[in-house]
Design a protein around this ligand. Sequence first.
Ligand SMILES: C[S@@+](CC[C@H](N)C(=O)[O-])C[C@H]1O[C@@H](n2cnc3c(N)ncnc32)[C@H](O)[C@@H]1O
Length: 205
Amino acid sequence: MGIYAERILPCCINRFMDAPDFERLRKRALRRAYGRVLELGFGSGLNLPFYPSAVESVTAVDPALLGRRLAADRIAACSFPVTFTDLAAHKAGSRIEAPDGSFDTVVTTWTLCTVPDAVQALRELRRVLKRDGLYLFVEHGRAPTGGVAFFQDVLTPIQKWIAGGCHLNRRIDTLIAGCFRFERLHRFYIPGPRVGTYMYLGEAR
Ligand SMILES: C[S@@+](CC[C@H](N)C(=O)[O-])C[C@H]1O[C@@H](n2cnc3c(N)ncnc32)[C@H](O)[C@@H]1O
């Protein structure tokens, strides 16, 4: 990773995503989290204040290591332990360094837009989740309206360049449905430019 991806971008994301609109969605998405939690794309730990008391521990995964330092105060304020695990190179893409079926809850918030291979990431989440475990997510992605989706396609190459690989146009529901069964799925716009504000929030098993 270059200096932009390693040092500048994590600070920008930490600032930009620490906003009331995102906080409300974090709270809504995470309210059923419980037990041992794995969070893929942990960033700077902005979800930590919103985990409910049923959470016993959080294992964080993110290739951007600066996020760990940016998260220090949030980690210190947690009533549960927060540990980090790595992504290992694997022939089919990144592999989470954790045994099969080892978590009660897996979480992604605005991460499936950015991971290089979203299908592989979802397979890994399914692998490390217990059989009766819960996948909680809030993600932005492809809009239902043709005009907006057109501009998402046009702007995605620029967005990827500026925002560390972030796609505006991924079909989050289709991607998740390939690996999980939805228990709840809400799709809606939040305020802001429509190309980046169509949200998918829900729970799946
Ligand atoms: C838009 S940020 C969201 C951060 C955080 N989830 C939040 O809600 O504030 C996307 C995150 O995905 C991380 N990421 C990029 N590639 C990844 C990968 N292959 N596996 C896990 N996380 C990755 C980035 O480093 C970044 O922290």
